[in-house]
Write a protein that binds this ligand. Structure first.
Ligand code: NAP
Ligand code: MG
Length: 401
């Protein structure tokens, strides 16, 4: 069979440890035999980041802006232990943080739903995609531990010196204070990314804040979303047969528990932090979670939600067998290839992505899976495969479809 041709390169960001090993296997077994894979390769492995003074991460983000679609392997975010382990010149920043800042993106996370790995919430039939605003609020706060009685004020000084002043509280004893902010620009980017992603994936969009209590701060989020929706998206949503739905955060939480799934849930930064961990663990496993960073200008970066699976890598280095789940990394590739196909009008690439995803899901549903899933599956007849064995099994299923 002739290999599928690509016209525009994918930006390929290689990574670290066990996921770097899986990356190679996925390319060799599942992609290169079928696709004339065209990528612009960036090695984001920690050694190479260190050699280049992290320039490679910046370059890969710029390339993503240029070409529009990237696929990223999990990478190490250095801490003190990694400084010694890799003899680093500097404690380099999180590559995901750098890329997110460069692309001004919103991260969408969705579980890969498979029969036999049931969500804890019985009525969830379809995936729930979580969109988390990744700027500001409590993550960029200023705090004071109030030592004793006194007056706390909120003061804004404009460039021309004029001030807006509000009393926060007259303290009669000790206490605590916190200042948080967000910007209209960032909220606007977040809203656009959510509306675009909803249109792209043909799913309803839910957004929730606590605007009844926070009448200016949270209300501003609600207003910006509504204005952008009315101005630029209402007609497109109606044409696509999808809905934008705003409610209070506590109401959203209650409704999510009763819902069937199949929608996008947009959350403010803190809500998104908490709710994405709840949703992903309720769906079964971090190894079955995909993640895509979408910029307001329509640039996409696909990856797995989990890390480099360090413990498995150390076993691998000792020559021991590993059973590391490659599903989320496979889906990062299929997501990127499908998007590339869509943008370049290459039908065969989109069909390939669909078929590879189907083969991956069918392999698990046939009882062939890695150890992490074997531990939680409701299927009776299960064969636990090693890292390579699972990828080979997916290839067999793929060939049979
Ligand atoms: P992790 O790599 O996600 O792994 C944590 C544990 O979850 C593993 O030890 C394993 O449990 C299980 N697990 C995760 N993914 C799995 C998979 N694909 N298959 C099977 N089991 C899986 O998180 P971490 O150990 O906290 O972090 C390791 C490194 O990854 C860190 O250096 C961190 O900076 C980096 N990281 C990168 C990203 C990213 O690039 N997006 C995200 C998070 C973390 P068992 O050991 O019990 O089998
Ligand atoms: Mg968290």
């Amino acid at each position: 069979m002739e290999k599928i041709k690509m016209t525009t390169p994918l930006v390929e960001m290689d990574g670290d440890e066990m996921t770097r090993i899986l990356w190679r296997m996925i390319k060799d077994e599942l992609l290169m035999p079928y696709i004339d894979l065209k990528t612009e390769y960036y090695d984001l492995g920690l050694e190479h980041r260190n050699e280049t003074g992290d320039q490679v991460t910046m370059d890969s983000a710029e390339a993503t802006k240029k070409y529009g679609v990237a696929v990223k392997c999990a990478t190490i975010t250095p801490n003190a232990a990694r400084m010694t382990e890799y003899n680093l010149k500097e404690m380099w920043k999180s590559p995901n943080g750098t890329i997110r800042a460069a692309l001004d993106g919103t991260v969408f996370r969705a579980p890969i739903v498979v029969k036999g790995i049931e969500p804890c919430v019985r009525n969830w039939e379809k995936p729930i995609t979580l969109a988390r605003h990744a700027y500001g609020d409590v993550y960029k706060n200023t705090e004071i531990k109030v030592p004793g009685p006194g007056k706390a004020e909120l003061v804004f000084t404009a460039k021309d010196g004029t001030q807006i002043k509000e009393t926060i509280h007259n303290f009669t004893g000790s206490g605590i204070l916190q200042g948080i902010h967000n910007t209209d620009e960032s909220i606007t980017s977040f809203a656009k990314a959510c509306f675009n992603f909803a249109l792209d994936t043909k799913q309803d969009l839910w957004f929730a804040t606590k605007d009844t209590i926070s009448k200016k701060y949270d209300h501003n989020f609600k207003d910006i979303f509504q204005e952008i929706y009315d101005e630029s998206y209402k007609e497109k949503f109606e044409a696509a047969g999808i809905e934008y739905f705003y409610t209070l955060i506590d109401d959203a939480v209650a409704r999510v528990m009763k819902a069937k799934g199949g929608f996008i849930w947009a959350c403010k930064n803190y809500d998104g932090d908490v709710m994405s961990d709840m949703v992903s663990s309720a769906f079964g496993s971090l190894a079955m979670m995909t993640s895509v960073l979408v910029s307001p200008s329509g640039v996409y970066e696909y990856e797995a939600a989990h890390g480099t699976v360090q413990k498995h890598y150390y076993k691998h280095l000792k020559g021991e067998e590993t059973s590391t789940n490659s599903v989320a990394t496979i889906f990062a590739w299929t997501g990127a290839l499908r998007k590339r196909g869509e943008l370049d009008g290459i039908e065969a690439l989109m069909t390939f992505a669909d078929k590879l995803e189907k083969a991956t899901v069918r392999t698990i549903e046939a009882g062939k899976m890695t150890k992490d899933l074997a531990l939680i599956t409701s299927l009776a007849d299960v064969t636990v495969l090693n890292s390579e064995g699972f990828i080979k099994a997916v290839r067999e299923t793929f060939e049979s479809l």
